[in-house]
Design a protein around this ligand. Structure first.
Ligand SMILES: Cc1ncc(COP(=O)(O)O)c(C=O)c1O
Length: 416
């Protein structure tokens, strides 16, 4: 199906209505604004991989990409549980997927948010890392002074982020010396007691989970409590230039082995909360080059748009020049400037593109489904939360789920 909308930026296309083969078809329309290219088939493949191969339950961490279209894709692919971190995410998922089970996994919540989640949206699972938060949850879910008896409470441990590209080691998590009393107190208030952690985002080695699981073991042994849920959090990687992680199956195997050795009841459940891994391959963005200055390209998306991670933590996303006929000039490294008026709107890269890139060219920037669209702002009049999106049927630029590579696809095409 080909549904083309107004050539200037497909300005009127509602999200997800146009379906095309890939970036080249959109570039021909010369869009003025960046266009998000969505690959529901890639998100579906990732979700099936987790629901079939992870040796426990997979919760989608909604913060990575809260698009309702994506939530529907994941639900249809068998993801029934969602890690929500704010009352906004609770309302969004409850409204989009009425049958979903929501788990409120932010360890510091407003009492009003807990009460609304519990009484209005049926949320029964909460995380915490202090006695104060435990008391808050108990108070917010009580009825006429009677404590709720149906709470699943997960105590978050502080673990190292040393194997991850993005640390999550400082902000949350009970320290080892606080754990015993916190676990014992939480056991009293919980119907089901769990332990959870986050090894940091984009964990490049399964050892991250093995090490964290040994902290879990120490905590259980010391507190001598019955544990019903072990939640290994997010952190599962995706593939980016210079960051090719081991196969996800090796992560699953390490987690399974560590879980089997824990001193927990045979009916205890294993959970994980992937964000990035479920949606990184879901989206890329087609941008236009507005100006070239040596090895710097001024493009129409940037630090305040979908390229937050490229700007703020120097993440290198894969890029492809979308031009026909293809350039045969050798690649060189470029940095990008985004559209706003400040120097911070700079993505250092290097992004490898043919040396003859020029103003007016289009570039596809891949692997932006996680923490890309979710970070977009309207700062300086550029970008907006309702940016134009189209569905594309080609494969993502990289995949951890066995998608055929684009190069392979191209060389299979018979030119008539
Ligand atoms: C509690 C929690 N779970 C899961 C995630 C998702 O992490 P990732 O995208 O690295 O899988 C995050 C990310 O910040 C988180 O804070």
């Amino acid at each position: 199906m080909h549904k083309h909308h107004r050539a200037l930026g497909l300005a009127t296309a509602p999200i997800g209505t146009a379906v095309v083969s890939g970036a080249a078809e959109i570039a021909k329309l010369k869009p003025v604004q960046p266009v998000t290219l969505l690959r529901p088939h890639a998100a579906q493949r990732a979700a099936r991989f987790f629901t079939e191969k992870f040796p426990g339950r997979s919760l989608y961490a909604v913060k990575a990409n809260p698009s309702p279209d994506l939530l529907e894709v994941l639900w249809d692919a068998g993801v029934t549980h969602y890690d929500v971190a704010s009352i906004g995410e609770v309302r969004l998922v409850a409204g989009t997927l009425p049958g979903a089970t929501l788990c409120f996994m932010h360890p510091v919540k407003a009492e009003e948010a807990i009460a609304e989640a519990y009484f209005q949206h049926g949320v029964r699972t909460f995380s915490l890392d202090t006695l104060e938060e435990l008391e808050k949850i108990v108070a917010a879910t009580s009825t006429n002074g009677v404590a709720a008896s149906d709470l699943n409470l997960l105590v978050r441990l502080r673990v190292s982020s040393e194997h991850a590209k993005l640390s999550l080691a400082s902000k949350f998590g009970a320290a080892p010396d606080e754990l015993k009393s916190l676990l014992m107190a939480t056991r009293q208030a919980a119907d089901a007691l769990g332990l959870c952690f986050h090894v940091g985002s984009q964990a490049m080695s399964p050892a991250a989970y093995a090490e964290a699981m040994s902290r879990v073991r120490d905590a259980i042994v010391e507190a001598a409590v019955t544990v019903d849920i072990v939640d290994v959090g997010g952190g599962f990687p995706s593939a980016y230039p210079g960051m090719e992680p081991p196969a996800l199956e090796t992560y699953f195997a390490v987690i399974h082995e560590a879980f089997e050795k824990l001193p927990i009841s045979y009916s205890a459940e294993l959970w994980c909360e992937p964000g990035r891994a479920l949606c990184a391959e879901y989206a890329s963005v087609l941008v236009r080059v507005e100006k070239r200055r040596g090895d710097e390209l001024y493009i129409n998306d940037g630090a305040y748009g979908t390229l937050f991670d490229a700007a703020h933590i120097g993440w290198r996303f894969p890029v492809e020049l979308v031009r026909e006929p293809e350039s045969d000039v050798r690649d060189m490294g470029f940095s990008f400037y985004g559209p706003t008026c400040d120097d911070l709107d700079h993505m250092v890269g290097p992004f490898e593109l043919p040396g003859d890139v020029q103003a007016g060219d289009y570039i596809e920037i891949g692997m932006l489904g996680a923490y890309g669209s979710a970070m977009r702002t309207g700062f300086n009049g550029f970008g907006s939360a309702t940016a134009t999106s189209v569905i594309v049927t080609d494969e993502p630029m990289a995949s951890l789920y066995g998608a055929p590579s684009r190069e392979a696809n191209r060389s299979n095409v018979v030119q008539l």
